[in-house]
Write a protein that binds this ligand. Structure first.
Ligand code: URA
Length: 210
């Protein structure tokens, strides 16, 4: 697995505001959206493109456009939904699939409770959106499901990651097919499974405690 921590002052600035417990949901949603767009810029650095001819008012030259099959964006419900607009702003022609994951609190195993993904993902580049890479359980199950359907290059975009989650994903997917892009890798997980210092429960900060 490759890990890319995006080192940029605007990323750090927005992340700091997201961490602040005083940041209310409307501002949190806007900042998360902006931060994802910055992360997506780095995450799409190797997105597949094909050359095309373009005629400018002055001359003809070669440019490029996105190759096919088009990339697939997969937000993990619920908190990943808060990252969707920020991602599709940069990749407006990407298709979007949805995955709802739930974790059994005893076995800690994550399973899909909602799955709206194409059956065949052969050759597909997939961008998974999940704000918090904590234990890695949800992402391991998700990446395995996508790989089983034929996804080729999978990139997980997270706002924050814990070292424990990075290590778990890395041992599950030691090759280069998976990349994790995040704004920071924090200290560790607490006993309750929160990333510390973190930003709290991303779903609650985005949408409130429901
Ligand atoms: N999920 C969250 O929303 N926050 C954490 O700190 C860990 C997992």
């Amino acid at each position: 697995m490759r890990t890319l921590v995006v080192d940029h002052p605007l990323v750090a600035h927005k992340l700091t505001a997201l961490r602040d417990e005083r940041t209310a949901s409307p501002t949190f949603r806007r900042l998360a959206d902006e931060l994802v767009t910055l992360l997506a810029y780095e995450a799409t650095r190797e997105v597949r493109v094909v050359p095309v001819e373009v005629t400018t008012p002055v001359a003809t030259t070669t440019g490029c456009h996105l190759g096919t099959p088009l990339p697939l964006v997969v937000p993990i419900l619920r908190a990943g939904l808060g990252m969707l607009d920020g991602m599709t702003r940069l990749l407006p022609t990407a298709e979007v699939g949805f995955l709802g994951m739930v974790r059994d609190e005893t076995s800690l195993v994550a399973t899909a409770y909602a799955n709206r993904l194409p059956e065949d993902l052969t050759g597909r580049e997939v961008f998974v959106l999940d704000p918090m890479l904590a234990t890695g359980g949800t992402l391991i199950t998700t990446v395995q499901l996508l790989a089983d359907r034929g996804a080729e290059r999978i990139t997980a975009i997270c706002l924050l990651a814990a070292p424990e989650g990075i290590a778990a994903l890395n041992s599950a997917f030691p090759g280069d097919d998976l990349t994790v892009v995040c704004a920071a890798v924090d200290e560790r997980l607490t006993e309750k499974g929160y990333i510390t210092p973190g930003l709290g429960d991303a779903g609650d900060r985005l949408y409130g405690v429901v």
